[in-house]
Design a protein around this ligand. Structure first.
Ligand code: TNX
Length: 496
């Protein structure tokens, strides 16, 4: 007698492109199940085994030959799914995930996780029937980049906290983690040629809370851990403003040669690197050079936001000098949308739109010249904003962002002049950390909203539907409970 799953193949966030159910083909995972993977699929297979073992208690050996019952992972030429998608087929004899790349397989594995009962996420053995609904899924992303950003400058999060967040966001097919590594309140990455940046500039945080920084070895370890979750790290050094920590660490970076004190408030836009000093560019060449050397991803984020104490002419001069430094070190630039004002903006640079009013002429002009735009409208995608006036954490300068707000938007109607998917690099959910101090607080602001941003970035517009989303989101609650994710139980969702 076949086991019946209570789930549908589409009970997944982000919702798949296409699914065809076959209720007679449900598959039950048992102690006899093996994971079939050849060399190309081995890393994802080992990861899957690590996900499934604690709650099932099954051995789930990874073997290089096809036997049943099986979960087979196969990097093989797969039609229609591109370089990030996958094809998932479930029959009574097993589950097969095929993809053109291991990234695609990894995405398919995240879908498989969600097709199993929520208790699959438990850390101890559960006695449940582990049934996967039968049928087939063909799935691939709408946008190449689905990102999260973590501000480790306002408050520092140690490598274990960053890794935990990486594990959490990977479940929603997020493939980029932007680390905001330097701001007025702290410098968080060791730079060997300018050691005082981390040592002194990293010594504090907002409210005088403890600071911290990543050694280069720790940073490389985070990069490698992210890669094992098929996530690329995009490191950001914000400039020319948001630089008080650097200015406090080296007097010579200041126009007047005087180092300001360390800063632990939450104002923005008051600091500026000295645009007309040569040492500024020597400094940036060293910093970007060291960062580029330990960052395998294509992008270095150069900030550029809220330079309120830099004149428009100086801002131009500055960006026009920094952009070639990024190129010199073999990387493309990402930056907050203000960088679109640079006359030397290469077409490979990605402005990140964070404004709320849907109009920005410089960014639209860059898009018209062929630059791709990353979408993070603050009133939708800023997961540091309060949900409601009662939220214990978060800011609200961009408004209150409830779960529905974070889901109810379209990257292709967010910015005047940017209306084609081909003009859009993807979406990113920035998590600024003025008000948060630990993983529980990260989780409270990120979940559930991050799941909505992930679905907007992955699923086709034609599937966009709040009522469907809110039901699928409700199913994530027990999963988050099992994982120990302290999410916000929004009254907009009927949590299970
Ligand atoms: C604006 S948006 C900032 C950050 C703050 C954030 C708080 C942007 C590019 N800069 O410096 O942390 O608001 O919500």
């Amino acid at each position: 007698m076949a086991e019946q799953s209570t789930k549908q193949l589409t009970d997944v966030v982000p919702v798949p492109v296409q699914a065809k159910s076959d209720p007679r083909a449900d598959f039950r995972l048992t102690p006899a199940t093996v994971i079939v993977a050849d060399r190309d699929a081995r890393q994802v297979a080992d990861y899957l085994r690590g996900v499934l073992r604690p709650s099932t208690g099954y051995l789930l050996p990874v073997v290089p030959f096809a036997v049943t019952p099986k979960i087979e992972l196969d990097v093989t030429k797969t039609a229609k799914v591109g370089d990030q998608g996958y094809q998932l087929d479930v029959t009574q004899r097993g589950v097969t995930i095929r993809a053109n790349t291991s990234d695609g397989l990894f995405a398919g594995v995240q879908t498989l996780r969600q097709l199993l009962p929520a208790s699959i996420e438990a850390k101890t053995v559960q006695h449940t029937r582990w049934v996967v609904p039968g049928g087939s899924i063909t799935d691939y992303p709408r946008f190449a980049e689905r990102g999260a950003m973590l501000d480790v400058a306002r408050h520092f999060f140690n490598p274990d906290q960053v890794k935990l967040y990486i594990d959490q966001i990977a479940q929603y097919k997020i493939n980029t983690l932007h680390l905001h590594l330097a701001d007025d309140q702290g410098w968080r990455i060791e730079i060997k040629s300018w050691p005082n940046l981390a040592k002194y500039g990293g010594s504090t945080a907002v409210d005088g809370d403890p600071g911290g920084y990543y050694t280069q070895a720790q940073y490389k370890d985070i990069v490698a851990y992210a890669a094992s979750r098929h996530i690329t790290i995009v490191p950001e050094i914000d400039m020319p403003s948001h630089t008080n920590a650097a200015l406090a660490s080296y007097a010579e970076l200041n126009c007047d040669g005087v180092a300001p004190p360390l800063y632990t408030g939450i104002d923005v836009g008051f600091s500026s690197l000295c645009v007309n000093k040569d040492i500024t560019y020597k400094f940036l060449d060293d910093v970007i050079g060291e960062l580029a050397a330990m960052t395998p991803g294509k992008y270095i984020h150069i900030g550029g936001d809220e330079a309120h104490s830099t004149s428009p002419a100086d801002y131009q001069t500055f960006e026009n000098k920094v952009l070639p430094i990024v190129a010199k070190h073999g990387k493309f630039a990402e930056g907050w949308n203000e960088i679109a004002k640079a006359t030397a903006l290469p077409v490979t640079a990605v402005p990140q739109f964070w404004d709320t009013d849907g109009v920005d002429d410089a960014t639209a002009a860059a898009a018209a010249r062929g630059n791709k735009i990353l979408m993070s409208p603050a009133n939708k995608a800023y997961i540091d904003q309060q949900y409601t006036p009662d939220s214990p954490l978060g800011l609200h300068w961009a408004g209150y962002v409830e779960v529905k707000d974070a889901y109810d938007w379209d990257p292709a109607t967010t910015l005047a002049g940017v209306t084609q998917d081909s003009q859009i690099a993807g979406v990113e959910a920035p998590l600024w950390s003025e008000t948060i101090h630990n993983s529980d607080e990260i989780e409270y602001l990120a979940f559930p909203r991050l799941a909505g941003i992930a679905e907007i970035g992955w699923s086709p517009r034609s599937t966009h539907d709040w009522n469907s989303y809110r039901e699928r989101l409700a199913d994530q609650g027990p999963r988050w409970d099992a994982e120990g994710i302290d999410f916000y139980r929004s009254p907009q969702v009927d949590w299970k």
